[in-house]
Design a binder for this molecule. Sequence first.
Ligand SMILES: Cc1cc2nc3c(=O)[nH]c(=O)nc-3n(C[C@H](O)[C@H](O)[C@H](O)COP(=O)(O)OP(=O)(O)OC[C@H]3O[C@@H](n4cnc5c(N)ncnc54)[C@H](O)[C@@H]3O)c2cc1C
Length: 229
Amino acid sequence: MQKDIKKNYDLIVVGAGAAGLMAAGIAASNDVKVLVVEKMPRPAIKLRITGKGRCNLTNTALLSEFMDHFGSNGRFLRQAFTHFFSDKLVTFFESIGVKTGIERGGRVFPLSNRAKEVVDALEKWVKRNGAKIMLNTKVVGLLAGKEKIQGVRISNKNGKSGTIAIYAKAVLIATGGKSYPATGSTGDGYWLAQSVGHTIVPVLPALVPLETAGETAGKLQGLSLKKKI
Ligand SMILES: Cc1cc2nc3c(=O)[nH]c(=O)nc-3n(C[C@H](O)[C@H](O)[C@H](O)COP(=O)(O)OP(=O)(O)OC[C@H]3O[C@@H](n4cnc5c(N)ncnc54)[C@H](O)[C@@H]3O)c2cc1C
């Protein structure tokens, strides 16, 4: 059964990860009526495990170095980073109460050493700006009108079958990639975008777990090697 919610949002953000929360908070601070839809029970589960639970926020390297690290795709970063680079990111986090420090190799971490502090600060800021976050709710489709997105279709979270439509003037897909699916990043954004006509470049794993035979690897647990810079 399909049900419609006629509540009119300006923007629906699909996914409450780092990108979704940031986009929602900025939009809401500009008087945009925002709804964030997140399928997991908590926002930004992947962000909570970044940097071994400490969250490596950014780096003090120059823009040219950032781009070099991305090889031939690095040019893609220029436009976004020209508007919002690492210095602005640090200022932003300090403004929402996350004090930061610089470590070896120019890496910037929260002084608390807790990725959770970063998530909590982001979530509070998003809500303070007036955006609503709907948890445990999966976007299962986009509502496409004539040449225009009209909203999203969510699964009915009350355990009943069927879907519910929520309308908005714009939809932003911030569903992350496909690595570490237990955090919610299962690659849904690819088929959502494809469903309204976008072409998806086949995705390849860039981060993979290793499985080894025997007990040697287990004995090495906790051993970390310093990168020489
Ligand atoms: C182990 C590990 C360590 C890392 N360490 C660092 C680090 O220290 N520093 C750093 O900068 N980066 C780090 N990264 C990379 C970083 O985590 C990602 O770049 C970042 O999380 C991407 O953010 P995102 O918002 O684009 O996507 P995600 O964080 O993947 O968020 C996407 C969100 O969308 C939700 N979602 C997906 N599909 C749907 C749907 N259909 N309906 C509703 N919601 C949906 C997901 O549940 C998820 O919450 C690390 C990654 C890993 C795996």
